[in-house]
Design a protein around this ligand. Structure first.
Ligand code: SAH
Ligand code: SF4
Ligand code: F3S
Length: 446
């Protein structure tokens, strides 16, 4: 073990969380360093950033300001800034935080050990925010985990260029990870006790890996089918999928693979065709409704959640009301919602926006209230039902065991024995909108 102690702070989506866990694996493997939970103990400080909405830069410099003092006390400390703000701002970060040593992007973090070596040797900052083709995945050491549910990135970047979004600019072009590597990682996780796998990507369902040697291509549906054959993986989840890639082949997978959970996060963003067109989402409401109906044909009880942006440039009260109607008509479950945030260099940032911020906040409030009522309704309906839960652990907060239902609700319960890693039947006895309380009934054999 070296004397290096690494601290990583992560903001943003699950993909960033996944990347940070891989940064930790790579650094442990190559630098032999320890991971610490306190920044005060560390000599390598990494910030993995997100720029999806505004104030990202402010948040970054605020955090760096604190780390500046650590570096004053100990000039040997290395500070690295990665993630989407790093790609977006690049060298400009040094104008406000000259003491940063490394600026790296979501596709270059596997080069961190080398970069640290060079910074120590040449005593000069380094910037690498390039988009090398799928290189990073080859550098991932085999993951070690004690979890029973694990994330895995299957596709990087995004080609969709929705007019409001920074992701294609910060994460680069869409690249599907080789299916064989994914299967190896999933199998490896399953031998360590992982029973639920959560596939990640900005658009998992545009996954398309071309095996040039065999002249075969692997779609997302095909990948799901292959993963479902791994015996010890009993549950499969994925986020995020995009309506335009929701093929019939994928809908059919819902018919064929019971391991695929009865819950789907499929962001629609708005209930107005005009706004969807301004957003360049490439579908209209009737396309979205048709997808949901077709999925419900094969999985009548599936619950659907979504993301919404309110106050997009040009959104009228009527457009907004259409969003609320859509939630009610489609009976959507717990969803995420955000006020539109202008992102540098995106087409939407140049669109005329007449709605004032107070009105936008009011719309967000109304939307979130509507979503909350929906969530509450679904949670209440679950009281007195028997749910199958994968036991994930024991909570520090209430000393109860916890795990998730298929429809993504956290359930806390007591049971006499330790069933972590097993599926059990739990009777739901109480509902607190986002979480539920239950009672252990028996073991579920799958
Ligand atoms: N790739 C996914 C979502 C990625 S970002 C998709 O296309 O569905 C997660 C969510 O952040 C988006 O669904 C959107 O609701 C929100 N978001 C993205 N850019 C935003 C912006 N500029 N302002 C406000 N919300 C935004
Ligand atoms: Fe952003 Fe659109 Fe890509 Fe999602 S699909 S990451 S919203 S550009
Ligand atoms: Fe944020 Fe980048 Fe993820 S902008 S949401 S960290 S892809």
């Amino acid at each position: 073990m070296s004397n290096d102690k690494l601290y990583i702070k992560t903001w943003g989506c699950q993909m960033n969380e996944y990347d940070s866990s891989k940064i930790a694996d790579i650094m442990k493997n190559k630098l032999n360093c320890k991971i610490t939970k306190s920044s005060k103990n560390a000599n390598i400080l990494i910030l993995n950033t997100c720029s999806i909405r505004e104030k990202a830069q402010e948040k970054l410099f605020h955090q760096l300001g604190r780390w500046k003092y650590f570096k004053k006390k100990n000039p040997e400390i290395i500070i690295g800034v990665g993630g989407c703000v790093a790609t977006q701002e690049g060298k400009k970060i040094l104008n406000r935080a000259y003491y940063v040593d490394i600026i790296f992007g979501p596709q270059t973090f596997h080069r961190l050990p080398q970069m640290i070596y060079k910074v120590r040797k040449f005593k000069k900052y380094l910037i690498d925010i390039s988009f090398p083709k799928i290189e990073k995945f080859q550098f991932f050491p085999m993951t070690k985990t004690d979890k029973v549910s694990a994330f895995i990135s299957i596709i990087e970047g995004c080609n969709k260029y929705c007019t409001y979004c920074i992701v294609p600019h910060t994460r680069g072009k869409e690249i599907s990870r080789p299916y064989k590597d994914i299967l190896i990682e999933v199998k490896n996780l399953s031998t360590q006790g992982v029973r639920e796998i959560h596939l990640l990507g900005q658009n998992v369902n545009s996954y398309n890996y071309v095996d040039n040697k065999r002249k075969k291509h692997y779609t997302f549906a095909k990948l799901l089918t292959l993963i479902s054959k791994i015996e010890n993986i009993k549950r499969i989840r994925f986020t995020t999928s995009h309506p335009i890639n929701f093929s019939d082949e994928l809908i059919n997978v819902y018919n064929k693979i019971p391991k695929l959970v009865n819950f789907l996060h499929l962001p629609v963003q708005s209930g107005s065709d005009k706004i969807l067109s301004l957003m360049k989402r490439r579908y209209n409401i009737s396309d979205y409704v048709s997808i949901i109906n077709r999925i419900k044909n094969v999985r009548p009880n599936i619950q659907i959640s979504s993301d919404f942006i309110v106050g997009f440039p040009g959104e009228t009260k009527k457009d907004f009301e259409n969003t609320i109607s859509l939630i009610l008509d489609l009976d959507l479950d717990m969803s995420f919602s955000f006020i539109y945030s202008s992102r540098p260099g995106t087409p939407a940032s140049k669109m005329k926006d007449n709605t004032n911020i107070l009105e936008k906040k009011k719309r967000l409030y109304l939307l979130q209230d509507c979503i909350k009522q929906q969530t509450k309704k679904f949670s209440l309906k679950m009281v007195n039902t028997i749910q199958i839960i994968l036991v994930e652990g024991i909570s520090n907060q209430n000393n109860k065991y916890f795990g998730k239902t298929e429809n993504n609700r956290m359930v806390f319960f007591t049971c006499k024995k330790n069933y972590i890693g097993q599926f059990i039947y739990v009777k739901i006895i109480d509902s607190y909108i986002y979480s539920l309380y239950g009672k252990f009934m028996s073991i579920y054999k799958n």
